[in-house]
Write a protein that binds this ligand. Structure first.
Ligand SMILES: Nc1ncnc2c1ncn2[C@@H]1O[C@H](COP(=O)(O)OP(=O)(O)O)[C@@H](O)[C@H]1O
Ligand SMILES: [Mg+2]
Length: 343
C-alpha cells in the first residue's frame, strides 16, 4: 500500500484481458494504475489507456523496473515476460500471473455481462411506456396515407394522382423515421470499449425517443448548449442514461411544461442537466429513487429500475449524478463527467 492507502498496479498485456482489468480498476478509487505495457501500440488497452491519460508503453521492462508498484498483473500469456518479471521486479512488488489473472478476468467479464444484460432488460421493459406515444404519432401519417390511397383509387387525373402519391410517400417516411428511432434504441449494445461521444448529438437522439413517454400536450424544449464537448463512454449506455432521465422528466410533467437541457463545463468537468417543471419529488423519496424497483408509477408506466441503472452507468465512467427537486415546481438532474474534452 502507498502512503495514501491506494494499491498501485501495473498491467502487462493490453489485449482483451488487460483492457478488462483497466476498465475495472479505473472504477475503483482505491486502486491506482501506474501504467500498462504491450508491444502492439494499437491494441485496445493501449488506446483506452491513452484516452484515460494512463501511461502506456511498448516496453514492458521499463514498467516492470519502475519503483513503487505494489502489484504487477501479467495477462500477456508470454513466458518470456514471466522471466523478465522474476529477474527485474522490485523485491517488494507482488505478481499476479497467468492463471490467477485469468480467473480475475473471467470474474470481471461475467460481472460486466450480467450488468449489461440488466441494462438491456431495463431498456426493453421501459419501452412499454412508449407504446401509446408511438401509436399516437404513427396514427396521424397513417390516416393521411390511407385517405390519399383511397382517393387515388377513384382519381383519374394523372397530376393529382402524382401529388397524392407524393403525400403518401411523405407520410410513409414519417412512420419509417419513428420506427428507425425506436428499433435503433431497442437493439443490444454494439460498442465494447468506451469511445468519445458528442454529448449534444446524444441528447438530441435521446429526445427523439423519450418524447413518446407521453402523448405530448404542450411541451416546450429549451436547449442551453454552452460548449460542445465529448465524453469518454459507451454511446449506447449514454443514450440510455439520457432517455431514462428525459422519460422521467416528461412523465412528471404529463406532457405539459418545459424541459430544459443544459450542457456546460466547469473546472474541466463536463456538466449536463435535465430539468423539468413537473410535479417534483417529495423529500422523503429523494434517497429512495435510486433504489432498484422503487417506483411511484402504475404498472406499465414504470419499472423502478431507470434511475438505478442511470446511476450505475454514470458511476462506471467515474461520473456523478445529483438531484434537486421542489414539489410542485420541478426537478433537475445534473450529471458530471470527468473524462471529457471540449470540441
Ligand atoms: N423528473 C422527475 N420528477 C418527478 N419524479 C421523478 C423524476 N424522476 C424520477 N422520479 C421519481 O423516481 C421514481 C423512480 O424513477 P425510475 O428509477 O426512473 O423508475 P420509474 O420511472 O420506472 O418509476 C419515479 O417513480 C418517480 O417517483
Ligand atoms: Mg424512469
Amino acid at each position: 500500500m502507498t502512503a495514501l492507502g491506494r494499491t498501485t498496479i501495473a498491467i502487462l498485456g493490453a489485449g482483451k484481458g488487460g483492457t478488462a482489468l483497466l476498465e475495472l480498476f479505473t472504477h475503483l478509487p482505491e486502486i491506482e494504475i501506474l501504467g500498462i505495457a504491450d508491444q502492439v501500440e494499437s491494441s485496445p488497452g493501449m488506446v483506452y489507456a491513452r484516452q484515460l491519460k494512463i501511461p502506456a508503453t511498448h516496453d514492458p521492462l521499463s514498467l516492470i523496473r519502475r519503483p513503487g508498484i505494489n502489484l504487477i498483473m501479467n495477462v500477456t500469456g508470454d513466458l518470456t515476460i514471466d522471466q523478465l518479471i522474476t529477474t527485474h521486479k522490485h523485491p517488494e512488488t507482488e505478481v499476479l500471473g497467468g492463471a490467477a489473472s485469468k480467473v480475475l478476468w473471467d470474474l470481471i467479464r461475467h460481472q460486466s455481462q450480467t450488468q449489461s444484460q440488466l441494462f438491456q432488460a431495463e431498456k426493453l421493459a421501459g419501452m412499454g411506456t412508449f407504446a401509446s406515444g408511438i401509436a399516437h404519432d404513427i396514427n396521424n401519417p397513417l390516416y393521411i396515407l390511407l385517405a390519399f390511397a383511397e382517393n387515388i383509387l377513384e382519381e383519374t387525373d394523372i397530376p393529382t394522382i402524382h401529388e397524392q402519391a407524393r403525400s403518401i410517400i411523405d407520410a410513409g417516411k414519417r412512420i419509417q423515421g419513428i420506427c428507425q428511432n425506436i428499433t435503433h434504441y431497442a437493439r443490444d449494445k454494439k460498442y465494447l470499449n468506451p469511445v468519445p461521444v458528442n454529448v449534444d448529438d446524444k441528447l438530441k437522439e435521446a429526445l427523439n425517443i423519450a418524447r413518446y413517454a407521453t402523448v405530448l400536450q404542450d411541451l416546450s424544449i429549451v436547449r442551453n448548449f454552452d460548449e460542445k464537448f465529448e465524453v469518454l463512454a459507451n454511446p449506447d449506455e449514454l443514450l440510455q442514461v439520457f432517455v431514462n432521465l428525459m422519460t422521467n422528466a416528461i412523465q412528471a410533467m404529463d406532457g405539459r411544461g418545459t424541459l430544459t437541457l443544459s450542457t456546460w463545463c466547469q473546472d474541466g468537468i463536463a456538466k449536463i442537466s435535465i430539468s423539468d417543471t413537473g410535479r417534483g419529488i417529495p423529500k422523503e423519496n429523494l434517497e429512495k429513487i435510486f433504489e432498484p424497483f422503487f417506483t411511484t408509477k402504475p404498472p406499465g408506466k414504470g419499472t423502478g429500475l431507470g434511475l438505478h441503472n442511470v446511476k450505475e452507468i454514470i458511476k462506471k465512467y467515474q461520473g456523478d449524478l445529483n438531484v434537486e427537486s421542489q414539489v410542485g415546481s420541478g426537478t433537475t438532474f445534473t450529471i458530471e463527467f470527468p473524462n471529457s474534452a471540449i470540441i
